[in-house]
Design a protein around this ligand. Structure first.
Ligand SMILES: NC(=O)c1ccc[n+]([C@@H]2O[C@H](COP(=O)([O-])OP(=O)(O)OC[C@H]3O[C@@H](n4cnc5c(N)ncnc54)[C@H](OP(=O)(O)O)[C@@H]3O)[C@@H](O)[C@H]2O)c1
Length: 273
């Protein structure tokens, strides 16, 4: 079975660099997460908003894999932002997951129009101090949101999970993360499939005898990103973790830089609520 490389977060916690995303995996479908765990994934990325935490919890419980070998991420949804609401939402997520702690808890979106993420973060600080969250992070935070958070808290997010793929490379935000000691986690790492026909990618796929998806995931890993590709298709679940037996050259990495076309497939964090 593939042994997954890990990154060390800014608080010393280790995270597998490649995990499994479960957005749009139905609650009742426990076979998908089960297939991922069998294929060797050990990190699962869910969220209260995905409505499938209980299904993820069931698949974990049925896997027989020791809790300490797993890395479970979930997120507080926009309507649960604020100090008390976040504490409640966290308890509810844990109950659905059937766990007594999560490895990473994220503020799902900054929702600047609500302006509650500082209070939400205070709740997350408390949950972290209580040992119920091993690492605390954010998602979809823009530079201004990160800077404001850091102006009000000494707890630096371990992770910022952002939309990132070859068509939206987020170079400036990645540089800011590096400066602040925040790990970059890429959501929609495959751009939900839209980049897989790009010629620069298919050329490398043919050269390496790999699939376009494997080339894109390898590009992320070599940039230092954490990736969480999602699939409900068993062959793709296996394909997406089979990316540790080849490497792209510096020149090949550079050839993918030209694919950046500022293409957001998801909402704009500055306006999304
Ligand atoms: N924090 C946030 O705001 C946020 C937002 C979006 C996503 N996320 C997280 O990031 C995870 C991944 O993002 P995502 O699900 O949006 O997109 P993604 O992983 O980039 O792409 C998933 C899509 O690509 C297809 N696919 C997967 N592997 C493939 C392969 N090897 N070849 C061809 N097609 C393949 C899947 O199809 P099938 O499933 O039909 O196989 C699915 O339609 C999510 O599941 C979620 O955990 C977080």
């Amino acid at each position: 079975m593939t042994s997954l490389p890990a990154l060390t977060l800014n608080n010393g916690v280790s995270i597998p660099q490649l995990g499994f995303g479960v957005y749009q995996v139905p609650e009742e479908d426990t076979t998908t997460v089960t297939a991922a765990l069998r294929a060797g994934y050990r990190s699962i990325d869910t969220a209260a908003a995905y409505g499938n935490e209980a299904g993820v919890g069931k698949a974990i419980a049925g896997s027989g894999i020791a809790r300490e070998e797993l890395f479970v991420t979930t997120k507080v949804w926009n309507t649960d932002q604020g100090y008390d609401a976040t504490l409640r939402a966290f308890d509810e997520s844990l109950a659905r997951l059937g766990l007594d702690h999560v490895d990473l808890y994220l503020i799902h979106w900054p929702v600047p129009a609500q302006d509650r993420y500082l209070d939400t973060w205070r709740a997350i600080e408390r949950l972290t101090a209580d040992g119920r969250i091993r690492a605390a992070g954010v998602s979809n935070f823009q530079p201004a949101h990160l800077r404001r958070l850091l102006d009000h808290s000494s707890l630096v997010p371990a992770v910022n999970q952002i939309e990132l793929h070859p068509a939206f490379q987020q170079t400036e935000l990645r540089e800011l993360h590096a400066e602040l000691g925040i790990a970059t986690e890429a959501w929609s790492p495959l751009a939900r499939g839209v980049v897989l026909d790009d010629e620069a990618i298919t050329t490398l796929a043919e050269r390496h005898g790999k699939s376009p998806s494997q080339i894109v995931l390898r590009w992320h890993l070599q940039l230092g990103n954490i990736v969480i590709p999602k699939s409900v298709t068993p062959s793709r679940i296996a394909e997406n973790i089979d990316v540790f037996d080849f490497a792209l050259t510096d020149e090949e990495m550079a050839s993918l830089a030209s694919l950046d076309r500022g293409l957001r497939t998801g909402p704009d964090p500055d306006t999304f609520n």
